[in-house]
Design a protein around this ligand. Structure first.
Ligand code: GRF
Length: 192
């Protein structure tokens, strides 16, 4: 059996497709991985990422509570029960409350499709093109009480070309996201 001693226990929160989750699973399966994904939680029972978690036999569940307090209360209980060291948000479309962040008391990381601090929140690709930016990219950051505002761990940028649309940019940046999430986790665990 694979030796997992020393690997950090990671939980991933998702809301949809789960392609970033897939990139983290791929990394966690490598020999030198520093992480083990022990739990996937979705706030949406239709999230495709849940099937992925099941495929890789990762404990997964949906907490469908529309009420944020209820969602967070249940999630916290499960995170603690599973002794999770780091929570990674990957396409999780809910903002966590300051109370949750405080009570969890372990690091929470997020991946965001822009060069933070530019374009916090939604529609980042549309905004980058509308503002005629020369570059865009993706950032992995520590989650704090303010939306997309915590310390950036790692960023990667790409050139925006004339014929880019929000869709084409989204596609290119998603590829970058898949490269940097694992790198950011390694950086966070080894040099932060
Ligand atoms: C990604 O672009 C992520 O940065 C954003 O939502 C998207 C989720 O994609 N927050 P996936 O579910 O990981 O495929």
């Amino acid at each position: 059996m694979e030796k997992l001693i020393g690997r950090k226990k990671i939980a991933v929160f998702i809301s949809g497709r789960g392609s970033n989750l897939k990139s983290l699973i791929n990394y966690s399966k490598t020999k030198k991985s520093l992480i083990e994904i022990v739990l996937v939680i979705s706030n949406n029972e239709l999230a495709k990422g849940l099937n992925l978690a099941s495929k890789y036999k990762i404990n997964n569940l949906t907490i469908s509570a529309k009420n944020k307090k209820k969602f967070e209360f249940s999630a916290l209980r499960i995170l603690k029960k599973n002794k999770v060291d780091i929570l990674c948000l990957a396409g999780f479309m809910r903002i966590l409350s300051p109370t949750f962040i405080k009570k969890f008391s372990k690091p929470i990381l997020n991946i965001h499709p822009s060069l933070l601090p530019k374009y916090k929140g939604l529609n980042t690709h549309y905004k980058a093109i509308k503002n005629k930016d020369k570059f865009s990219g993706a950032s992995v950051h520590i989650v704090n009480e303010k939306l997309d505002s915590g310390k950036v761990i790692l960023q990667k940028k790409i050139k925006i070309i004339k014929k880019d649309t929000p869709k084409s940019l989204e596609k290119k940046i998603l590829k970058i996201e898949h490269q940097i999430y694992k790198k950011a986790i390694i950086k966070f665990l080894t040099s932060f």
